[in-house]
Design a protein around this ligand. Sequence first.
Ligand code: NAP
Length: 321
Amino acid sequence: MSKKKIGLGTWSWGNKFFWNYKISSDEDLYETFMEALNQGFSFIDTADSYGTGSLSGRSEKLLGKFLQRTIKAKKNKIKIATKLAPYPWRIGRKGFCLPFKKSLNRLNNQLDIVQLHWSTEKYNPWQDFQLINNLCDLIDEGFQFEIGLSNVGPKRLQKIIQFLKDKNKRISSVQVQFSLLSPKNEQQKYLKKICDQNKIDFLAYSPLAFGILCQDPSIINTSKRSFLRNFIFQTYDKPTLELRKVIKEIAKARSASLAQVAINWCFYHGAIPIVGLRKKNQVLDISKVLKWDLTKSEFESLDNAAKNCTKKLPENPFSSL
Ligand SMILES: NC(=O)c1ccc[n+]([C@@H]2O[C@H](COP(=O)([O-])OP(=O)(O)OC[C@H]3O[C@@H](n4cnc5c(N)ncnc54)[C@H](OP(=O)(O)O)[C@@H]3O)[C@@H](O)[C@H]2O)c1
């Protein structure tokens, strides 16, 4: 079995609007973090934009606090990755200087991967390159981190790879939406090919489609969710029924959860999933994917069911070509 890597996603940590975050759940999040370390997760993904309203930056702050409570030997085994948002006012070759230092501070000085959160191609085609230049300058000043990208298409990725080659720097990872329900999976597979050719990790975000893929097709789920997430779950309930039946059939045969099946589909494609988790038992469940693989025929039945499911999740509006 190949060495599988899993990332822990923390978008929900501090997000009230979509994820119904409550400060009272912070101890659950600490247990989630600790269990991810115990189970050998490879990295934790956050962003400077995570956390809604007055909780802005909450995800990074929580991670920083948790890192402070963790012994060095354990911390050294996991990489911390943040994403800096290329807001329209973060311009020029110094646009990321302050945001980078603020994130580093919130993260208790552990920051191993800095990713450009989305491409600016659609509103300011040069900004991407200026901000990447800024990250290169920070590395040259002595800060040690890898550079990652997010929400880029194949054309943009190739341009950025070339741009960095000329500076003797490289992209270490690219994260895009990739799941049984994500749009443009053919384009993402092409992007993955470019990643492979350039030894870049291909990271799959929202691999459970916000949890829709974990919904048992025979049970009406009454979990408490935010208004928006509830609306999305209801909208996707019927259109994803056949797909979820196929997922459940495999899960049943493998004595596994639906979540494990959906994550193993990502692995079969060679992606490294970033799974959004906020409970210790979810970490324990997801870690079981390290112990089994999909067979070719299981994979094909999932792939076909995904192709037949015509209602996909929306694309990130800032994704470039
Ligand atoms: N670069 C970008 O633009 C971007 C965009 C989106 C996400 N991301 C990254 O990718 C990460 C993951 O994506 P995501 O947060 O959108 O969602 P996701 O991983 O597709 O789904 C996460 C949700 O699935 C449910 N779940 C997880 N494990 C489960 C299990 N074992 N059994 C049943 N349900 C389970 C949980 O719902 P409950 O908590 O309600 O139980 C969890 O919150 C984010 O946290 C973030 O780090 C990046």
